[in-house]
Design a protein around this ligand. Structure first.
Ligand code: FES
Length: 116
């Protein structure tokens, strides 16, 4: 009968380390997909913005507001719109996890509300 050999460099040993186990158990990293909303105020999906950039070829990032009003609400998505606009390949740009994106926007909105 063959027995597994305990090798200090095996994958199993690597995952046994506390850091590797924590990383392994972590929720899987997810980035914004084309159908996820980029502008949460006006529910404009990332795909629409990318298409607008590709087809309309806006000269300024502010022209992205003509894409279903993206960025004209609370302003949370403007830095991300800017990133897509400045990217040579907007569809390859890595944007945050949609759940985290929504939670961060909630904090942003609370902060805005408290400042008013
Ligand atoms: S999320 Fe786009 S303007 Fe508020």
């Amino acid at each position: 009968m063959l027995r597994p050999i305990s090798c200090p460099f095996s994958i199993r040993t690597q995952f046994a380390s506390p850091y590797a186990t924590r990383w392994h158990n972590r929720k899987r990293f997810r980035t914004m997909k084309p159908d996820d909303d980029l502008c949460l105020c006006f529910h404009v999906p990332r795909r629409k913005v990318e298409q607008y950039i590709r087809v309309q070829k806006p000269r300024r990032a502010s022209e992205l507001s003509e894409c279903f009003g993206a960025g004209t609400g609370c302003g949370w998505c403007r830095p991300f719109l800017q990133r897509l606009f400045e990217s040579s390949q907007p569809d390859a740009e890595v944007l945050p996890d949609p759940d985290q994106y929504q939670n961060d926007r909630k904090s942003y909105r609370k902060q805005q509300f408290n400042n008013d």
